[in-house]
Design a protein around this ligand. Structure first.
Ligand code: CA2
Length: 149
């Protein structure tokens, strides 16, 4: 069984740590990638960590994940609230999908309360800060173990 996990990040997440630390914390995307790689090493997961500001690129990566990955961790950022195209792409992925939001989107503006992606996600993590990514990877590792048992 593949132990590859795609960790996909949507628009503007490349700015993490540089603006709005009161909402998104002080960790940069590079810090989050490093923590994903640490958890990946601990749980023997192979991490494909990517970020794009382009919707089509994220869709292409989801298609790539269909062929290669056991699971997907995705912070679709603003595309969560707008993108039926990302929802449709994720709906074709057969493994677990964990949606991560650094902030608690339900405590914020009403337009952030709905996520198209949540409709196909196995689980959703919001408001745990950057730690949400590590928790999502731990969950995927657990699902792999349960499948093997
Ligand atoms: O809380 C999250 O992780 C979000 O997915 C982040 C998105 C936002 O549109 C979602 O509603 C919730 C925004 C990512 C933009 O990140 C920035 C980081 C630093 C400065 C400006 C934007």
């Amino acid at each position: 069984m593949s132990r590859i996990v795609y960790v996909l990040n949507g628009p503007n997440l490349n700015l993490l740590g540089k603006r709005q630390p009161e909402i998104y914390g002080r960790e940069t995307l590079a810090d989050i990638e490093a923590s994903c790689r640490r958890v990946g090493a601990e749980f023997k997961l192979e991490i494909e960590f990517r970020q794009s500001n382009r919707e089509y690129e994220i869709i292409e990566w989801i298609h790539e994940a269909r062929q290669r990955a056991y699971g997907v961790v995705i912070n679709p950022a603003a595309f969560s609230h707008t993108s039926v195209a990302i929802l449709d792409a994720l709906a074709t992925f057969e493994g677990p999908i964990i949606e991560v939001h650094i902030s608690n989107i339900h405590k914020r503006e009403p337009f952030r309360h709905h996520s198209y992606v949540s409709g196909v996600a196995t689980g959703v993590i919001a408001g745990f800060g950057a730690q949400g990514y590590a928790l999502a990877l731990q969950r995927i590792a657990r699902l792999i173990d349960e499948k093997k048992a």
